[in-house]
Design a protein around this ligand. Structure first.
Ligand code: HEM
Length: 176
């Protein structure tokens, strides 16, 4: 959080708002969003697919028409793909070309291929702009002396989306 706020403050320089043109200077913000999407993909099982022909994949025979589910949540936490996969560690993306646009199969929050998410650019622009401005304008703290390490980060799936099991309570104090 400290690194994120320092980066956003350095770019904002006391101006009233962070604008879209500022975002390209915020590498830590982008890494933080990637790390969040790795650990908590909003559609953890993407959308089911059916192969249009018989496929042999990694030794498995998948007949045409089989409902196939891709577990992006599990891929994002696979210890053969990620160092310390359970750790929230945005720095892993700072000097890495890995992104979520569907070409790096270890990070698939928006799926991949011709049925991949067409809303990706819009979603990312909104995520970046909203997060940058919240962090820029407010100091955030947990209420009642709760420490970050004690926060309940357990998850649940309702319908097809991933949700936090218990609500996140945060105190926001205006910075200026
Ligand atoms: C953080 C936000 C979002 C996430 C994580 C997300 C994720 C996904 C995923 C995983 C898929 C299935 C891809 C696949 O099976 O390969 C999908 C499909 C889709 N998304 Fe998104 N999405 C987001 C935002 C949006 C937005 C903002 C829009 C529209 C403005 C959108 C429109 C669609 C549509 C229309 C499809 C179906 C594409 C098709 O079947 O051809 N999504 N999305």
């Amino acid at each position: 959080m400290k690194e994120l706020q320092e980066e956003v403050s350095a770019v904002g320089q006391g101006r009233p708002m962070i604008l879209e043109k500022d975002l390209k200077k915020m590498q830590y913000l982008k890494a933080t969003i990637k790390e969040t999407l790795r650990l908590y993909p909003p559609l953890p099982l993407l959308i089911p697919r059916e192969p249009t022909q018989d496929v042999k994949l990694m030794g498995y025979d998948i007949p045409m028409g089989t409902q196939t589910i891709i577990n992006a949540w599990a891929i994002g936490r696979d210890p053969t793909l990620w160092e310390e996969p359970e750790k929230f560690w945005p720095e892993r993306f700072l000097n890495s070309s890995t992104d979520y646009k569907g070409l790096h199969f270890e990070l698939l929050p928006f799926g991949s291929g011709r049925r991949g998410c067409p809303g990706i650019q819009f979603a990312i622009a909104i995520y970046e702009l909203a997060l940058a401005n919240v962090i820029y304008k407010f100091d955030l703290a947990l209420p009642n002396g709760v420490k970050g390490k004690d926060l309940d980060m357990s998850e649940t799936v309702s319908s097809i989306t991933l949700n936090k099991k218990s609500p996140l309570l945060v105190m926001a104090t205006s910075r200026f």
